[in-house]
Design a protein around this ligand. Structure first.
Ligand code: ATP
Ligand code: MG
Length: 272
């Protein structure tokens, strides 16, 4: 069983009044359950269906239906998924349904990470209040950059790969970050010298990222969540803008991704 998406309108749009019955019919060619999901406008919706049964098709048709039949401006719709490949495919499917929309009129279809990069680059300046030294021209550290950084930290503290493989350290740090555990948390809960050493590596890793105005992949999500929590006017702006949110493969969202979508959108009730 797979969950396809969750969505809601974030403010009281008079959708029924705006319905245009003679617009292009994006309900055509769908089975009754798909039609019901595509035609659903008000309130959250969770779609559960098996692999290859047409969940992404529902999302793309629903986007087209909202734009065409309900006159929802494209930029008020955000659709997110996990991989670049899936996002590209979804974007192409939406474009082929709607055709001819300029990039300013298009719905935003992206991965969680690209949504964050875009947010931090365009609207992230105030993150500097809570992440000193941050600027929207930050660098993104990929896996290889992370490994190089861990290697350099190991050298500076006299550890080598026998202590722990570099990539395993990266995963360990990523796991801590996904649980919102700072180096200070790890220090305070550590009961053995190896964990304390790892806490020290983690602390230096964080310090070096900040010095370089760099973010790793986990930070892209975490810092966007923090930015939206911190910058109230930006959060309101996003809440007003993203009236319709759709998440493909919703079952795969982790806590941070869930928080990100929850804060980007308004007063919402998300199933969990
Ligand atoms: N009602 C339908 N009539 C005809 N073809 C359909 C219908 N629904 C889906 N399809 C086709 O089935 C294929 C799979 O659809 P889609 O990618 O939307 O499924 P999915 O549930 O998202 O799959 P996955 O589990 O792989 O993400 C596509 O080629 C799509 O065009
Ligand atoms: Mg799909």
């Amino acid at each position: 069983m797979f969950l396809a998406f969750f969505s809601f309108p974030s403010r009281n749009r008079m959708l029924k009044l705006e319905f245009r019955p003679h617009s292009m019919d994006f309900l055509h060619g769908l089975n009754p359950q798909q039609q019901e999901a595509v035609a659903h406008v008000e309130g959250p919706l969770l779609l559960l269906a098996g692999a290859g049964s047409g969940k992404t098709r529902v999302i793309t048709h629903r986007i087209a239906h909202l734009v065409e039949a309900h006159r929802v401006p494209g930029p008020c719709i955000l659709a997110v998924t996990f991989t670049n490949k899936a996002a590209d495919e979804m974007r192409q499917r939406v474009n082929s349904l709607l055709g001819g929309l300029s990039s300013r009129e298009s719905p935003q279809v992206s991965t969680f990470h690209s949504f964050c990069v875009r947010t931090l680059r365009r609207d992230g300046a105030r993150l500097a209040d809570i992440r000193p030294g941050f600027t929207p021209k930050f660098t993104i550290y990929d896996d290889d950059d992370q490994v190089a950084l861990i290697k350099s930290i190991f050298r500076s503290v006299g550890l080598d790969e026998k202590f722990m493989q570099y990539r395993a350290v990266c995963s360990w740090i990523s796991h801590r970050k996904s649980r919102n555990e700072t180096p200070a948390h790890v220090y305070s809960s550590s009961t053995d010298p190896n964990t304390t050493r790892l806490a020290s590596v983690y602390e230096q890793y964080e310090a070096r990222l900040r010095q370089a105005n760099a973010l790793d992949f986990d930070d892209l999500l975490l810092e966007t969540v923090r930015l939206l929590a911190h910058d109230t006017s930006l959060r309101f702006q996003y809440n007003r803008r993203f009236e319709f949110l759709m998440i493909d493969e919703y079952q795969d969202t982790n806590h941070t991704q869930y928080e990100l979508m929850r804060t980007s959108s308004a007063t919402i009730r998300m199933p969990r």
